[in-house]
Design a protein around this ligand. Structure first.
Ligand code: TGC
Ligand code: FAD
Length: 405
């Protein structure tokens, strides 16, 4: 018979429910039809096909694991599997879905007022309204508590407008978004016992319609990674918003970090999709490529690489699935998400690079997905908390010592 694929070897499907397998299969089909044939071209041109987001909405992939407001309400494992299948197409496509569902929609779903949820979520779930999530700034990426973007109230009382000033950087879908979730410092701060201000404690989230005067979102050019994804700067110059533009239910860094937990969870699964796609390409290539008069796949050095990669892929999947089951039991801790993000992205990148060696010179071309995935994974290693940030989170969990600053 035919050889098992790397994920079939362990019969990992055995650990999934019928519903979960069906969802993964439907997303895989979507990617085969709507992403695979075009993605090399999008990547080369540094563009995305924006109709994808509506199609993802029709499939129920946007805000997929949220309940109500037009969201599909699946379990967390199904959401993870969808991320995996999307990222097998391209990390940029998974990013589009992550940012819409886990960051922009989740922020509103978790911390918004009933009016905000009704106003924004159903159309975001359909992909009719695109959201972005602005936390990072040019000078503050790993340390968002120190952000400079400010929101001040113009006037007194509950009805006073908010006015936002500042710059956000590296914001996925910024230039095409209809609404930006922007995190900014307010004066509503907490103090330490010694009277000093607790850094980041005044941070609040704002829903900024992107046609508001003073808002602009220039596209970042010349990226050599995640090219099939739009990345932008957000410039806020005296952006005036009504009092009810603030997300009422959270204040402090806990707000944006709670959203990151959701998106990082998706990446734990997602990165494995890129790795799986690379490994399958390398296995196929090794079967047909002949070197020294024999198929490349028959050489021990090649088999050692393939075996080690299949091993890491399957271990990564077991880790992802364990975290998914914990999440579905409402027992997932953010530090566990850090373990998964650190391991699975790091190993996926290693797999992509090793697969590239198996493809030789062909591996550097767009004819094969391998170097595209590897280049994408450089962004994935950095965004949603760099690998070093996740090492420090895990280090703190193990030692009780904060080594960030
Ligand atoms: P720290 O003092 O530890 O905590 C401040 C407050 O936040 C709470 N908290 C969390 N809450 C929920 N989830 C978490 N994971 C949380 N971690 C901390 C904490 O309890 C505290 O609450 P309270 O109520 O006591 O005040 O904060 P810190 O300033 O020391 O920062 C910790 C650190 C460095 C780990 C954090 O800043 C961090 O994670 N930095 C990395 C930033 C990051 O990941 N940025 C990502 C931007 S979005 C993005 O990249 C999108 S790419 C998407 C795509 O295209 O897919
Ligand atoms: P820095 O924080 O400057 O880090 C530089 C280096 O220093 C890293 O190696 C880092 O690990 C290391 N470092 C930092 N602190 C420490 C420390 N205490 N100890 C040891 N080493 C340390 N952000 C958003 O808000 N929304 C988005 O939609 C979004 N999309 C993105 C899309 C792409 C393609 C990319 C590349 C980024 C995106 N980001 C987004 C930004 C991303 O979250 C940040 O790039 C990331 O958090 C790292 O910040 P930085 O780039 O400023 O690096």
């Amino acid at each position: 018979g035919t050889n098992p694929t790397p994920l079939e070897l362990l019969k990992i499907d055995h650990l999934l429910t019928d519903d979960e397998r069906d969802i993964a299969g439907a997303v895989r089909e979507f990617v085969d039809q709507r992403v695979r044939p075009y993605v090399t071209d999008w990547y080369e041109r540094g563009e995305v096909d924006l109709s994808l987001i509506k199609e993802a909405g029709s499939l129920g992939l946007l805000g997929m694991h949220l309940q109500g407001y037009g969201c599909a309400g699946t379990n967390a494992v199904s959401y993870g599997l969808a991320c995996l299948e999307l990222e097998a197409g391209d990390s940029g496509v998974r990013s589009m879905v992550s940012v819409q569902g886990s960051l922009a929609m989740f922020a509103i779903w978790k911390f918004g007022s009933e009016e905000q949820k009704q106003r924004w979520l159903p159309r975001m779930a359909e992909g009719e309204t695109i959201g972005c999530f602005g936390l990072t700034e040019p000078d503050f990426g790993s340390n968002p508590a120190a952000m400079r973007t400010r929101a001040r109230r113009d006037g007194t009382g509950e009805d006073a407008d908010w006015v936002l000033d500042g710059t956000k950087m590296w914001i996925t879908n910024g230039s095409v978004a209809d609404v930006a979730v922007v995190w900014a410092q307010t004066d509503e701060v907490d103090h330490h016992p010694d009277g000093s201000v607790k850094q980041g404690s005044g941070i609040r989230g704002f829903l900024v319609p992107t046609d508001t005067p003073g808002f602009s979102a220039p596209k970042i050019r010349n990226k050599l990674s995640l090219r099939a994804s739009i990345t932008s700067e957000l410039v806020l110059e005296g952006v005036r918003l009504p009092a009810d533009a603030v997300l009422p239910e959270v204040r402090g860094l806990r707000g944006p970090l709670s959203c990151l937990n959701e998106a990082r969870f998706g990446i734990v699964f997602g990165a494995l999709g890129a790795a799986r796609d690379c490994l399958q390409s390398a296995i196929d290539y090794a079967a047909s490529r002949e070197v020294f008069d024999r198929p490349l796949g028959g050489f021990q050095l090649t088999q050692a690489k393939l075996a080690d990669m299949a091993l890491e892929l399957q271990k990564g999947f077991l880790l992802a699935l364990h975290l998914g089951r914990l999440k579905d039991d409402h027992a997932l801790d953010p530090r566990q998400v850090s373990l998964g993000k650190l391991n699975n992205v790091r190993e996926a990148l290693q797999i992509a690079r090793t697969c590239r060696t198996i493809l030789g010179a062909n591996g550097i071309t767009g004819e094969y997905p391998v170097l595209r995935h590897a280049n994408n994974l450089e962004s994935v290693l950095t965004y949603e908390g760099t690998s070093e940030v996740h090492q420090l989170i895990i280090g703190q969990a193990l030692t009780g010592q904060n080594a960030f600053s």
